[in-house]
Design a protein around this ligand. Sequence first.
Ligand code: GUN
Length: 168
Amino acid sequence: MKSAKYWIEKLELIPHPEGGYFKEAFRSEEGISKTALPERYTSGRNYYSSIYFLLKNDDISAFHRLKSDEVWHHYEGCSVELHVLSEGGGYKLLKLGKDLENGETPQVKMKKGDWFGAELRDKRRYALTGCTVAPAFEYEDFEFGRKSELLKEYPEQKEVIERLGIKK
Ligand code: GUN
């Protein structure tokens, strides 16, 4: 079994602001104009982009939300638990992995506008995943969740918000 270090070095992954390690893999050379996109986008976008994303041990992907749906793919390592705080209320746990009998799936969809964060099922291991988003990712479409605001909106999820939230 290859190590986290192997993938980080070979794929030239760098630390991601949300936690873990990443590198953009592909970005569409074609694009869509602002006028053809919903109003929430501030300018035109490439059609799609994708990244490699790796979590190891205690790494987390801190709670954030995107303006577009994002599809996660599982490549290697242990499964990943994605905690979703749905826009408009509610919580769900999605398991990204290959153990179908245990409710894992090799792809999961993070819906636009939902808050989500991720952690490894087994903190002794790592997971190499991919994240694909359309229209393409821009930091303008990305927002970190503030712990205080998430706690107000989702008080029943205090434990996971404390664990995967980053800002006060
Ligand atoms: N590019 C930089 N950060 C990200 C991210 O969090 N998701 C996706 N899909 N692309 C990115």
